[in-house]
Ligand binder design. Structure first.
Ligand SMILES: [Fe+2]
Ligand SMILES: [Fe+2]
Length: 148
């Protein structure tokens, strides 16, 4: 059984972004048993590298989508992404340096990413992605004082 299960309530109304979230969840599900069983460092590192790649690609594409859709709070959202990436990068660096991974930090990452981020922050842009009437581009340009 997976540590985290994808559910329809996690959908953000974009097949591509939902697919990214599922890939990230798969990665976290792959990482969890490795940490639980104290697996060799190279195995953990391989999954962490994959996770880092997925996260980078996803954040970048999600930020583009938010801008394109006219989501006014994309800058604040990007800051959350940057902080999340720092956590992933720092965990990966710890492993590379031969430090033992703190499983609690991983759980915090999962919790933060899934509960707070996908179900909370990511879902805030859903109306802009799915309802063209809710995203007049001029409105977010004005609210940000610039166009990107
Ligand atoms: Fe996000
Ligand atoms: Fe996301």
């Amino acid at each position: 059984m997976n540590f985290i299960e994808w559910t329809a309530e996690m959908s953000v109304g974009s097949g591509v972004l939902d697919g990214h979230h599922q890939m990230i969840i798969d990665c976290l599900n792959g990482l969890h048993p490795l940490l639980e069983t104290d697996a060799p460092e190279d195995k953990v590192l391989a999954v962490m590298s994959k996770l880092e790649d997925f996260v980078l690609v996803h954040f970048s594409e999600e930020e583009q989508e938010m801008k394109r859709a006219g989501y006014p709070d994309w800058r604040a959202h990007k800051e959350l992404h940057d902080r999340m990436y720092d956590v992933v990068f720092s965990l990966k660096s710890d492993i590379e340096k031969g430090e033992k991974v703190d499983a609690r930090r991983l759980f915090e990452l999962i919790q933060d990413w899934l509960v707070t981020h996908i179900l909370g922050e990511d879902r805030k842009y859903v109306p802009y992605l799915t309802d063209p009437a809710a995203k007049p581009v001029g409105q977010w340009k004005r609210s940000n004082g610039r166009d990107c």
